[in-house]
Design a protein around this ligand. Structure first.
Ligand code: HPA
Length: 246
């Protein structure tokens, strides 16, 4: 079964025919909301809204461990995350979709591992390739089948939020090799890896990052909604094709 974690602009999945909801408790606390089970196409799918169904949980307060644990426990075998980002690289303009292939993590103070000592031996995990390559390839194929242009590969910089970045921070991230910034990619990706769940993301560019393009003098946050609405229609098409290809 495929899991989809929806972010800003995708707190519902209109092509999911919801058959039941499940409230899950985990050893790490409560996930962002009930899991919604249903089908996309003929494919059994479970959906979770990262920020809660009323979009009330800010990025640094999301219980990422509970979310990933709940999906694993529910039988999800792979996770596709949908996340909005600010674009830094010249081709990552508002409205563009990208399938990132790398991460730089700038977040702090988040519970970022399931391994917390006690009786369990320390386990280090390989994170050279943070996104699952076969799942990325399936997303790219699904996008091509949907007739959509998506960017293959980008470095996702995970920022702490909930504030947006300063222009100088964006310059620094760019010199670090970061192509786009978002607030939720970590620790979500590493927690999925710790539980051996293939994880990949569809990043939706909501805006030019601070100091870039039409965000030169400030980021017009009130315009995110309109950009995301259009792009999320495309995300739904990709997910539909992904499900049909199963
Ligand atoms: N920065 C961080 N996260 C974001 C942005 C941004 O500019 N846009 C959407 N999510």
């Amino acid at each position: 079964m495929l899991a989809i974690i929806g972010g800003s602009g995708l707190s519902e999945l209109s092509n999911l025919d919801v058959q039941h909801r499940q409230v899950v408790r985990t050893p790490y606390g409560d996930p962002s909301g009930p899991l919604l089970f249903g089908h996309v196409g003929s494919q059994q799918t479970v959906f979770l809204a990262r920020h809660g169904y009323g979009h009330t949980i800010p990025p640094h307060m999301v219980n990422y461990r509970a979310n990933i644990w709940a999906l694993k426990q529910a039988g999800a075998e792979a996770i596709v995350s949908v996340a909005s980002v600010g674009g830094i690289r010249a081709d990552l303009a508002p409205g563009v979709l990208a399938i990132p292939d790398q991460i730089v993590d700038y977040t702090w103070g988040r519970k970022n591992t399931f391994f917390e000592g006690g009786d369990t031996p320390v386990r280090h995990i390989d994170f050279t390739t943070p996104y699952d390559q076969p799942l990325r390839a399936r997303l790219l194929t699904a996008a091509a089948e949907a007739g959509l242009l998506v960017k293959d590969g980008a470095v996702y910089g995970a920022t702490q939020g909930p504030r947006l970045e300063t222009a100088a921070e964006i310059n620094r991230y760019e010199s670090d090799g970061v192509h786009m910034v978002g607030m939720t990619g970590m620790p979500e990706a590493v927690l999925a890896r710790e539980l051996d769940m293939p994880y990949a993301a569809i990043a939706v560019v909501a805006n030019w990052a601070a100091g870039r393009g039409d965000s030169a003098q400030g980021v017009a946050i009130d315009k995110f909604g309109a950009v995301l609405n259009v792009a999320m229609g495309q995300v739904r098409q990709i997910l539909q094709h992904l499900a049909e290809a199963e």
